[in-house]
Design a protein around this ligand. Structure first.
Ligand code: ZN
Length: 383
């Protein structure tokens, strides 16, 4: 993208028009992703006639078959047609709702105006709170995958931005902005709205024209005065959530996968899901050692995984034994299976002193104990 044009006229003319045009395929692909979500939702609500789905969506039956298969549903399998999936659907909806609830718990006390010089010291958050927020944010990304975590966070951030807009806070000088930070990815992948709309390659720090996120340089070039720009809300741990997104053809891979080698030499690829929390390639836990991983079960479409591991930070540590069960159905609106779902975990404190093991069947309660045990005020758990 050429942003070296020196005159504002050039940017608001030819380059602007090309940028607007470049945004169209993103919207087109988003519409296709919405169709997939609606098709899967209709299927899970019991509409299992492909011809009927095709008529309702005004597309060919091939498109419906393709949408369902991309979402891990085999529409030709008579067993799939019969089985009821309503309980699983209820569970899937609650997975995303729980994530949003946790994001609120985590970020509601964060003023989120760190791009402003006066807020840059983050007087609202102490060092321990920052460490806990960062650890939680990274754990949520490992637990939910980057796409879902980014989607929920960016929705929440838009709501918080409305509070900033209502407050009427504008800039009085460009000097009140902290310097922009590191550039990220290709802007056409920015399905979560994290990048500068003009150059697409830098974290935005302000909103221009009321709604377009822009980096400081582009904002200066495209506005008459700083008063036309509003500060942009973002959490202390914002960059943990940033994921520029995936293009439509890459969406099935919006979640990472793991390959399991069974003893019969069979190799199978599974969507990671919650087990990312405890896989050494994906985990955000400090000082992490994965001692063993076992995947077993009669049904290889829904196997069980058991992981034994250890994590430690700053003289505190836990032994972990965790169990997950594979869920081949997608979370509503997502074009890949949910993946391994958390079943239970046992945490045994090893440092600073060995302690009694505690069992958890709720992944958030387990994370609360783990994160506060590793990063929080020693010996206390919040909530
Ligand atoms: Zn920019």
């Amino acid at each position: 993208m050429n942003t070296d044009d020196n005159t504002a006229d050039a940017l608001s003319g030819r380059t602007r028009a090309l940028l607007d045009l470049g945004g169209w395929p993103v919207r087109r692909d988003r519409l296709a992703a919405e169709r997939v979500a609606l098709v899967v939702a209709a299927w899970q609500a019991g509409a299992r006639n492909v011809a009927e789905l095709a008529r309702a969506a005004d597309v060919s039956r091939d498109v419906i078959y393709d949408d369902l298969r991309r979402s891990g549903i085999n529409p030709s399998d008579p067993q799939t047609k019969k089985e009821s999936v309503m309980p699983a659907t209820t569970q899937q909806v609650s997975a995303r709702r729980r994530l949003l609830q946790q994001v609120k718990t985590l970020l509601d006390s964060d003023r989120g105006l760190g791009a402003l010089v006066e807020f840059n010291g983050r007087p609202d958050l102490g060092d321990t709170e920052k460490a806990v927020q960062m650890a939680w944010s990274r754990a949520l990304v490992a637990l939910h995958g980057r796409d879902r975590a980014a989607r929920v966070y960016s929705g929440y951030a838009r709501d918080r931005q409305r509070d900033v807009a209502r407050s009427g806070l504008t800039l009085t000088s460009w000097d009140s902005l902290v310097l922009d930070t590191k550039p990220v990815g290709d802007w056409t992948r920015d399905i979560h709205g994290f990048l500068c709309v003009v150059c697409g390659g830098t974290f935005p720090s302000v909103l221009i024209e009321g709604l377009d996120p822009a980096c400081q340089r582009c904002a200066r070039e495209n506005t008459e005065s700083p008063e036309e720009a509003a500060p942009l809300w973002r959490a202390y741990s914002h960059h943990a959530f940033v994921f520029p997104g995936a293009l439509r053809e890459e969406l099935p891979k919006g979640e990472s996968t793991v390959t399991v080698r069974f003893d019969t030499e069979e190799h199978r690829e599974y969507t990671t899901g919650d087990v990312g929390l405890f896989f050494s390639d994906v985990t955000s836990l400090p000082g992490y050692v994965q001692h063993s991983t076992q995947v077993f079960g009669e049904n290889r479409d829904a196997p069980t995984a058991v992981i034994e591991a250890h994590t430690e930070h700053d003289g505190r540590g836990f032994d972990i034994t965790a169990t997950f069960t594979y869920d081949p159905l997608p979370e509503a609106g997502e074009p890949h299976p949910y993946g391994f779902r958390f079943t239970a975990a046992r945490l045994t404190p090893t440092h600073p002193a060995p302690g009694a093991p505690a069992e958890y069947t709720d992944v958030y309660a387990m994370l609360d104990a783990l994160i506060n045990g590793l990063h929080g005020d020693a010996g206390t758990t919040t909530k």
